[in-house]
Design a protein around this ligand. Structure first.
Ligand SMILES: CC(C)(COP(=O)(O)OP(=O)(O)OC[C@H]1O[C@@H](n2cnc3c(N)ncnc32)[C@H](O)[C@@H]1OP(=O)(O)O)[C@@H](O)C(=O)NCCC(=O)NCCS
Length: 177
């Protein structure tokens, strides 16, 4: 597999990052791991500022969980392949309806093993930040995501009715780091 790494968003990626959001949108995919970039496609600079605020519980707004957002970059063509968001502190609601990590792979690069890679790299970041155990929540219909989580030693601890999708369930996994 091509070498991949996680990168903190910068102004240099503005155009490419917005394209990433449009690619998810055009394919009707959820904005997972984007750190709300979909709300700032017309004001990327402000998004970068917000990300900085979200990093610390001291500056993060009450309605947002503090955390970090990264691009997954493929080294050989310097392209954004995916996005991942790591929430370092969860509210009770997000504990069961969101979890510590959200991620996505751009539709044109799916089915190549990058989903497994982004979670693996994301878990390394969690370790670096001193996190010991994380929760990931995925929808019961999202077979790919469950496979990805299990490939990183995820253990399903609960299954509850989904808030987002009628007649579906949210599967709650934990990973001990
Ligand atoms: C879920 C997602 C990240 C998967 O990315 P990906 O790069 O295609 O995943 P991988 O190539 O690493 O595949 C992982 C496994 O899922 C399987 N898979 C991939 N897409 C699949 C699909 N649509 N249906 C069933 N299985 C699928 C792969 O075959 C692979 O299986 P294996 O372990 O038996 O080899 C991607 O579809 C996505 O971004 N979806 C939208 C956002 C999302 O749902 N995020 C997860 C929320 S936490």
């Amino acid at each position: 597999m091509n070498e991949l790494y996680l990168e903190t968003p910068t102004i240099e990626r503005q155009h490419e990052a917005v394209e990433y959001i449009y690619e998810l949108e055009q394919n009707n995919l959820p904005y997972s791991g984007t750190g709300y970039l979909e709300r700032y496609t017309n004001n990327y600079k402000l998004w970068l500022k917000q990300l900085k605020k979200y990093e610390s519980p001291l500056t993060c707004p009450d309605n947002v969980c503090p955390g970090f957002t990264y691009f997954l970059i493929r080294n050989n063509d310097d392209k954004i392949i995916g996005m991942i968001n790591i929430r370092t502190k969860l509210t009770d609601r997000v504990k069961v309806h969101g979890g510590n990590i959200g991620y996505s792979i751009r539709p044109t690069e799916q089915h190549k093993g990058y989903g497994k890679e982004i979670l693996k790299l994301g878990l390394n970041k969690c370790r670096e930040k001193g996190m010991k155990k994380i929760t990931i929540v995925t929808n019961s219909e999202n077979i790919a995501s469950s496979k990805i989580i299990k490939s990183c030693n995820g253990i399903m601890i609960n299954s509850i009715p989904s808030l987002e999708y009628k007649n579906q369930r949210d599967l709650i996994y934990t990973i001990t780091l």
